[in-house]
Design a protein around this ligand. Structure first.
Ligand SMILES: [Zn+2]
Length: 581
């Protein structure tokens, strides 16, 4: 059985009034038939009042049902006891998986997360649901600039695709120059086509055999590639190194942008979300109307005056000191989380930070098969109401072939660890309004253990005090023609991304890529806890295939790229540490 789950507030209604298209969409989904039977079941999942006592649950449920009566949509969700799931009865709020699990088990004993399409205006809930294995779609809510789809009417074709009724579509892959993007998007918007964009590559789907709606009329046609595939075969992959392609050489890659791929496979036949390196990639349906990652033009460069920006001058970032630090770490045979070499590296970094005047502490981290460590270094500010700015990187390295293999981890992540030390030097001895905390995590490569434990150990007041987390993970390999940084965050970190991109534009020569789909580094636990965090990572175009091998060595690094990224970060940190609260 397939279940189509809707959020209520700001998805179907707002302020007690149904949103445009709500009834029509519910009617259309309810009318879909397979062999004369309803093709899918409609359900609701809502965050609602928590009961003071278990005996209050029934009364609160009745309040909710009467809201549905008032809106005139209760009949779509009958019997409501089986089709409506409230936080009230589960005891936790969305996107906790217990809520979705409760909704699935009410709908039927065999309903799995993969059988559920979840529709909501809450982007974070969409991302969390996808992580659980649901198909989820972000519909634009009141006041939101955009969603993956902009109207409730747009839900129906996605439901049809989800129910495997989508007609074959022609997929056109084309390069789009930034100058031509707007005109191209207008043409596509005027047709029935659906699109996704990865940087300067546009993937457009048009119903096959309807050439009148071909959006591809114009100068971009030269570079266009066409393939005939059902839309449900198109998937987006986010990966570390090229580990998805290594695990699944049989899956056709439609677009290769290094960290991001569009691939084609029939989910009824293949399930390439699994594999030996499955923790290093994520596979999901290619969302329509979505920017997988964005690309902005390169900055003006260092020809801008070397005058201090945010108190950071050109001399505050020493190339030779950075190279010394990277070399020191990457010449160790390994920095595996459980190795003695890791502890040696941690000791050495602690010594450096102590010399620079930081107060350090060590946190023991449980990892599979033993323990690792986090190193935390503090430099307090002198403001009355102090925020906390975090700069982090993982110190550990890994070789996918096993514990005993050499794991120099020069890019991943001696570069980011040395970057933390570079920021430590740039801020040493300065007095700032807010507090600076530097963290070198262990256990990242085993599954973000150091950062997860660190975040879960923060109390509510500490979490609320964190204004920004900059995480550096791989900042020194150049995978792009132009030196490029990828800023990866989530809606909660959009302000940070904009500020960092602005600094990159004004004060560095970096081109900037952005993504709001956080994956597989130490920024993720912060974002999951609602804390603004951004991963700064070398830009993607081709993939760095040396990651997690013995070939991730010093010779492959481009120090000038790392220094440009550090310049952007140093200015951001200086500004954040002195901003008004
Ligand atoms: Zn890493």
């Amino acid at each position: 059985m397939k279940l189509i789950l809707f959020d209520l507030g700001d998805t179907l209604e707002s302020g007690g009034v149904l949103l445009p298209g709500a009834v029509e969409t519910l009617e259309a989904i309810a009318a879909l038939r397979t062999d004369g039977q309803p093709a899918a079941v409609l359900g609701l999942v809502s965050d609602f009042d928590m009961p003071a006592a278990p005996s209050d649950v029934g009364a609160i449920q009745q309040q909710y049902y009467s809201l549905l009566d008032d809106l005139g949509i209760r009949q779509f969700f009958e019997p409501v006891a089986e089709r409506v799931t409230l936080s009230t009865e589960v005891g936790v709020f969305k996107p906790d998986q217990a809520v979705f699990r409760a909704a699935a088990s009410k709908a039927g004993p065999a309903v799995e997360f993969g059988d559920i399409l979840f529709v909501t205006e809450n982007r974070n809930h969409v991302l969390a649901a996808r992580r659980l294995g649901l198909v989820a779609v972000h519909v634009r809510g009141p006041g939101q600039p955009h969603g993956e789809i902009d109207t409730l009417a747009g839900v129906l074709p996605l439901v049809e695709t989800f129910l495997d009724r989508g007609e074959p579509v022609e997929t056109v892959v084309m390069d789009v120059h930034p100058d031509g993007q707007e005109a191209m998007m207008n043409r596509i918007g005027a047709s029935n086509a659906r699109w996704s964009r990865l940087g300067d590559v546009l993937v457009v789907r048009t119903p096959a055999g309807r050439p009148g709606q071909d959006p591809d009329r114009g100068e971009a046609a030269d570079s266009a590639r066409r393939l005939l595939v059902p839309e449900r075969h198109l998937h987006v992959v986010t990966q570390t190194a090229r580990l998805f392609q290594e695990d699944h050489p049989d899956v056709r890659v439609v677009v290769d942008k290094g960290r991001y791929l569009v691939v084609e496979f029939d989910p009824a036949v293949q399930s390439p979300a699994d594999g030996p390196h499955a923790s290093c990639y994520r596979v999901g349906p290619l969302p329509a109307g979505a920017v997988v990652f964005d690309q902005r033009a390169a900055g003006a460069g260092r020809s801008a005056p070397a005058a201090a920006e945010g108190g950071i001058g050109a001399d505050d970032l020493s190339e030779s000191a950075f190279e010394d630090d990277v070399g020191r770490l990457a010449r160790l045979r390994t920095r595996h989380s459980r190795s003695t070499e890791f502890l040696g590296a941690l000791d050495w970094a602690e010594g450096r930070l102590t010399e620079l005047g930081y107060a350090t502490q060590i946190q023991t981290v449980a990892v599979p098969g033993g323990t690792s460590r986090n190193l935390i270094a503090d430099r307090p500010g002198d403001g009355a109401e102090r925020e906390l700015v975090l700069v982090t990187a993982h110190l550990d390295s890994v070789n996918v072939t096993g514990f005993s293999a050499a794991a120099p981890g020069a890019d991943d992540n001696a570069s980011g660890s040395a970057g933390v030390l570079a920021i430590a030097r740039a801020q040493a001895g300065r007095s700032t309004t807010h507090d600076l905390r530097l963290v070198l995590f262990g256990g990242e490569e085993q599954g973000l253990f150091g950062s997860t434990q660190y975040v879960s150990g923060l109390n509510a007041a500490e979490r609320a005090r964190i204004s920004a987390v900059i995480n550096m993970d791989m900042i020194a390999c150049k995978n792009t023609g132009t030196a490029t940084v990828l800023l990866e965050g989530a809606p909660v970190s959009q302000g940070m991304i904009d500020a960092l991109a602005g600094i990159a534009q004004a004060s560095t020569s970096l081109a900037v890529q952005t993504s709001l789909d956080p994956f597989n580094s130490d920024h993720v636990p912060f974002i999951d806890a609602g804390i603004p965090a951004v991963l700064t990572i070398e830009g993607t175009d081709s993939a760095n295939d040396r990651v997690h091998t013995d070939r991730d060595t010093l010779e492959t690094l481009d120090t000038s790229l790392a220094l440009e990224i550090l310049r952007m970060i140093a200015i951001f940190v200086a500004q954040a540490l002195n901003s008004g609260t």
